[in-house]
Design a protein around this ligand. Structure first.
Ligand SMILES: Nc1nc2c(ncn2[C@@H]2O[C@H](COP(=O)(O)OP(=O)(O)OP(=O)(O)O)[C@@H](O)[C@H]2O)c(=O)[nH]1
Ligand SMILES: [Mg+2]
Length: 236
């Protein structure tokens, strides 16, 4: 469950980027870190890396801004995708409010995507989490690579997205699909929070994320109270 701190008026949601090794999880966070202004994004922390491989996790805090009286913050984590680091994935997954599954669209990574998805479900089950209850979105990354090397979105979708969750073509290196993925996941997590405990603020934040107006706002990097509350209307 996201943490709602009524004393400090802060809603904190933990979003985990999951997927096979080298699928582009860290690249998603790197792009967000470079594209969002310092007012909205904190330091990108990469704990233990060897060359460009994540050995522990990356962490990036992203502020959505103030909605009503509350501040909404997403804590983004990546897991290390290499099979060997299962125990670390298990740790990072603990308390996740939502998952962005970053698949590698390259055909030769087909089995790795399937295996990683299986690994995700097994790890969630060990935490006692029903994957069907948890907000998940899919990103089919590296769609910028030549068509001869990559599987099209429809094919990846048929193989990986059996739950019919929101899905996006990605080119995390240049940013395509990165904001869509975060926005969609954030919306689902906040919507669920609003439904679960009737937090009107979470409802409004989710609504604001869904509105078309929010897309350029996120791209420009600025979210103002007016845009969020104005788009969402009055208190529920
Ligand atoms: N062409 C292309 N390359 C990408 C894309 N996303 C990531 N890459 C490259 O793929 C490599 C791996 O990306 P990472 O973001 O480090 O992958 P990761 O999923 O964090 O990998 P692990 O930490 O090992 O789990 C890097 O060389 C990236 O530059 C993309 O959309 N297109
Ligand atoms: Mg990584």
């Amino acid at each position: 469950m996201p943490i709602v701190d009524h004393a400090t008026r802060l809603i904190t949601c933990k979003l985990v980027y999951y997927g096979p090794g080298r699928s582009g999880k860290t690249t998603n966070l790197t792009y967000l870190h470079s594209a969002l202004p310092g007012t909205q994004v904190g330091e990108l922390t990469s704990l233990a890396t060897r060359r460009d491989r994540t050995l522990f996790f990356d962490y990036l805090p992203v502020d959505l801004g103030t909605v009503g009286a509350y501040h909404v913050r997403f804590q983004l984590y990546t897991v290390p995708g290499q099979p060997y680091y299962r125990a670390i994935r298990q740790l990072v997954l603990q308390g996740a409010d939502g998952i962005a599954f970053v698949a590698d669209s390259q055909r030769h990574r087909w089995d790795d995507n399937v295996e990683s998805l299986r690994d995700l479900h097994a790890n969630l089950a060990e935490h006692g989490v029903d994957a069907r209850e948890l907000p998940i979105v899919m990103q089919y990354n590296k769609q910028d690579l030549p068509a001869a090397l990559t599987a099209p979105v429809a094919e990846l979708s048929a193989a990986l997205n059996f739950r019919g969750v929101p899905e996006f073509a990605g080119d995390a290196l240049h940013g395509a699909g990165v904001f869509d993925t975060l926005r969609s996941l954030g919306m689902r997590v906040l919507k669920r929070l609003g439904a679960d405990d009737g937090t009107a603020t979470a409802h409004r934040a989710a609504f604001a994320l869904r509105t078309p107006a929010f897309s350029p706002v996120l791209h420009a990097g600025y979210v103002t109270t007016d845009m969020l509350t104005g788009a969402a209307g009055g208190d529920a």
